[in-house]
Design a binder for this molecule. Structure first.
Ligand SMILES: *Cc1c(COP(=O)(O)O)cnc(C)c1O
Length: 399
């Protein structure tokens, strides 16, 4: 007799540290835009592991590339070169327009590296160790101490104080609030190009351009965290490409590996030549051949299978269908987002809606208590969107 889903959940609650309030399903396999639980129930997935599985599940070319690399070489130390890392770095440079790549195992680690590079850059200029970083309220940059220190959600930080020092918080899209934080010690400004966890808030073009000009004027480094909004999600490879500006440092992860845990921070040549040098930073696993085989294949498939073209094809349709729901239900107050990174804002908590959708075979996630976030695989079709809307609409009707 097979062990039931309930038994696995009970076992999990005895063994795993309870740092998540998990939905009561055990996911077993995936195919395309669908996930299946242990009992064979099928779910349409509009979360994709939180903006990770851009290509959808069980993508044959991708799986084959990983299998081939497993049989060849899984790991070497960063004290040696390996072919997949060289190729992946070249492709990321091309995709992002940045000049140098440091591979990590996660998003938070990419943020850590970005912060270290920024501090080192400033240290190299004046030899001081009292530099300040400006971050945004409602931002999310990860759970490690550096990343948490620039995360604009006091609730996540409080119990873990003291954070790394000299961080100031401004408001996204409020340039004056940024200006009022700037001092002659400011070394970097970090923000998500589109805030994810904080509630799907895109930076405005005017704001981003003003911040870029400010950074140029004062030689402050602009760090854009594209861990969630990058990799084609907004209809551009990286969301900043929409705005016609370039950051000094970019963090990328999530969909970069499409399921293999990878990340990277990317630097322009100015920062690369004047910050981290041998001995300043390192990682055992980051950029190993297996991880980089995943990145290589993902970046190839983005091109060969026109992934971003699909985003630009279906995203306006998703927006219009979500707008219909907003117009239909008075408890939905706003729809916002870019491309396939959308939020539907309610005037009430959305937890019960998400649970109801789950029992009706649709996987959704929130971004804050009152917002449903839509970050589906980038391969979704208009039919998938119609199916999602039908299920969601039926859940909303009974509210
Ligand atoms: C998910 C996320 C992170 C953290 O990435 P991990 O891989 O979970 O460490 C950082 N920044 C943003 C914008 C994210 O969405």
């Amino acid at each position: 007799m097979s062990i039931s889903m309930k038994e696995y959940i009970d076992e999990a609650e005895k063994s795993l540290l309870h740092t998540y309030n998990r939905y009561q399903i055990v996911l077993d396999k995936g195919d395309g835009v669908y996930l299946y639980d242990l009992e064979g129930k099928k779910y349409l997935d509009f979360v994709s592991g939180i903006a990770v599985f851009a290509l959808g599940y069980n993508y044959k070319d991708y799986n084959d590339a990983l299998k081939a690399q497993i049989d060849k070489l899984l790991h070497t130390s960063n004290y040696y070169y390996n072919v997949p890392a060289v190729e992946a770095a070249k492709k990321i440079k091309e995709a992002s327009g940045m000049d140098r790549v440091f591979f990590t195992n996660s998003g938070a680690e990419a943020v850590e590296g970005a912060l270290k590079a920024a501090r080192k850059y400033a240290y190299n200029k004046d030899g001081h160790t009292d530099h300040e970083i400006i971050a945004m309220n409602h931002s999310f940059h990860g759970r490690t101490f550096g990343a948490l220190s620039v995360t604009g959600n006091p609730h996540y930080r409080e119990a873990f104080e003291p954070m790394i020092g000299n961080i100031k918080f401004a408001d996204l899209n409020d340039f004056d609030s940024v200006l009022s934080c700037v001092t002659d010690k400011t070394c970097a400004i970090i923000m998500e190009t589109v805030q994810g966890e904080g509630g799907i808030y895109p930076a405005s073009e005017d704001f981003l351009k003003k911040v870029r000009a400010l950074c140029d004027e004062k030689d402050i480094l602009l760090i854009l965290d594209e861990i969630q909004c990058g990799m084609g999600r907004t209809g551009y490879m990286y969301a900043f490409q929409r705005y016609g500006i370039k950051p000094d440092i970019v963090t990328t992860a999530k969909a970069l590996g499409c399921g293999v845990p990878v990340g990277a921070f990317l630097l322009n040549e100015k920062v690369a030549q004047n910050s981290l040098v041998a001995g300043d930073h390192g990682t055992t696993y980051g950029g190993n051949p297996f991880a980089c085989a995943a990145i290589n294949k993902v970046l190839d498939l983005f091109k060969d299978d026109n992934i971003i073209e699909n985003v630009n094809l279906v995203a306006p349709y998703l927006e219009s269908r979500l707008d219909e729901l907003k117009d239909k239900y008075e408890f939905i107050t706003e729809r916002r987002g870019l491309g396939l990174m959308q939020g539907l804002v309610f005037n009430r908590p959305v937890g019960d809606v998400i649970n109801k959708a789950l029992s009706n075979g649709l996987i959704l996630i929130n971004a804050g208590a009152n917002i449903i976030r839509f970050v589906p695989p980038l391969i979704i079709t208009k039919e998938n969107i119609d199916d999602m809307i039908d299920i969601l609409d039926s859940c909303l009707r009974d509210l």
